[in-house]
Design a protein around this ligand. Structure first.
Ligand code: PLP
Length: 381
């Protein structure tokens, strides 16, 4: 099977994890801080807080900004459910915004339309690895006094308007699930320039307790205070050892992802019924996903059968995503329904994610393309 994405673990990764496993700390130890420090150097942020997943990083960001109950946060509907769920965890309501049909990124115009007196924040998603339109979103957020969060779980290694720009959103969140750019098994990170947010996220990941085991040991005391209701969202030392080792390879891996994406783009250039997504010229895309839109109206085949045929031939295509407002949980509990985000609902019918990952060989790429075209060409004839 050629999967849509996969991790790459080498001997050096295994050596580093083994070393960490033989140290005194299995969970929170010095390697967590080392990973945070390497990570903030890499993305150019002042603070980085490592957590157990991208989802816990999103949840922590909602706690950091003091979202509270019965407020609203605007999120794109074309995303993984966790982007919206983190708002519900804190007792507030996700309000679903529609997307741009060419990039599948949150549409700033629809964001403006959906702001109410209860809106406290916007969470943008860097869909497929392309940064959202942060310049426009920042202006909207500032005008309305809203917090701007980036769900950057797709876009580690991306950049926009030339580099150290992670400071535009108030908090960025990342995931280290094996399908993402680098992995720690499960894991996540939140970065920010705001000291108060960083501090709140640190206590949130450890039950709301104001110091950790190591700090108490250093001070020779047993005393601690639980100031807030937090969770156990800690990440272990040996996971962070893997993260540090993986991060070293990230620039080369992003180059390889971009190379594969370019080859896909070139292959689809003259095919009218297969459309790659648009990429803005002033961003560096990190290509977590390579998504095409297929015009099934012009073809004698459904998406379901393209999907089935490719899977049967060992090509692990996927669909990212079912619009979140169409999930039963949101329909039942928040009254969302079809018609709420018409662009996303239409585009959802057309999208397919093709395999892309750094370890993918040229032969694997050729195999994917050959099988894809043989099905599509047949359906066009
Ligand atoms: C992967 C992902 C998450 C969640 O990350 P986990 O580490 O799996 O919890 C959240 N948002 C988006 C857009 C993602 O792709």
């Amino acid at each position: 099977m050629i999967p849509y994405s996969r991790q790459w673990i080498d001997d050096e990764d295994i050596r580093q994890v083994t070393k960490a496993l033989q140290s005194d700390f299995l969970t929170t130890g010095p390697i967590v801080e080392d990973f945070e420090s390497d990570f903030s150097d890499f993305v150019g942020s002042k603070y980085a807080v490592a957590m157990s997943s991208g989802t816990s990083a999103l949840h922590a960001s909602m706690f950091a900004i003091r979202l509270g109950k019965n407020f609203e946060v605007i999120v794109p509907t074309m995303t993984f459910a966790a982007t919206a769920n983190c708002v519900v965890y804190e007792g507030s309501t996700p309000v679903f915004a529609d997307i741009d049909p060419h990039t599948l990124l949150i549409d700033p115009l629809d964001v403006e339309r959906k702001i109410t007196p209860k809106t406290k924040a916007i969470i943008a998603v860097d869909y497929a690895g392309q940064p959202a339109n942060y310049h426009d979103l920042r202006k909207i957020a500032d005008k309305k006094g809203l917090v701007l969060i980036a769900d950057s779980c797709h876009s580690l290694g991306s950049s926009y308007s030339g580099g150290r720009d992670k400071a535009i959103p108030d908090i960025n969140t990342f995931s280290f699930h094996p399908v993402k750019q680098i992995t720690t098994g499960e894991g996540g990170m939140a970065t920010t320039e705001n000291e108060e947010y960083a501090k709140r996220m640190r206590i949130f990941r450890n039950h709301g307790i104001t110091n950790d085991y190591r700090q108490r040991a250093d001070k020779g005391t047993w005393y601690y205070e639980m100031e807030e209701l937090g969770y156990n969202y800690r990440i272990s030392d040996f996971q962070c050892a893997l993260g540090i080792s993986q991060l070293k390879k990230l620039p080369a891996w992003i180059s390889r992802r971009r190379e594969i994406a370019q080859r896909y783009d070139d292959s689809f250039r003259d095919i009218s019924f297969v459309q790659p997504l648009l990429t803005s010229r002033d961003v560096t895309h990190a290509y977590h996903l390579y998504v095409v839109k297929i015009n099934f109206d012009q073809l004698n085949i459904t998406r379901a059968s393209v999907f089935k045929k490719l899977r049967a031939q060992g090509i692990g295509v996927n669909v990212h995503y079912i619009p979140v407002h169409l999930h039963p949980y949101y329909r039942d509990n928040f009254g969302t329904k079809p018609g709420l985000c018409p662009v996303a609902e239409r585009v959802y019918e057309e999208i397919l994610s093709l395999p892309i990952y750094p370890m993918m060989t040229d032969n694997e790429f050729d195999e994917v393309l050959e099988k894809f075209f043989s099905i599509i060409d047949n359906a066009a004839a």
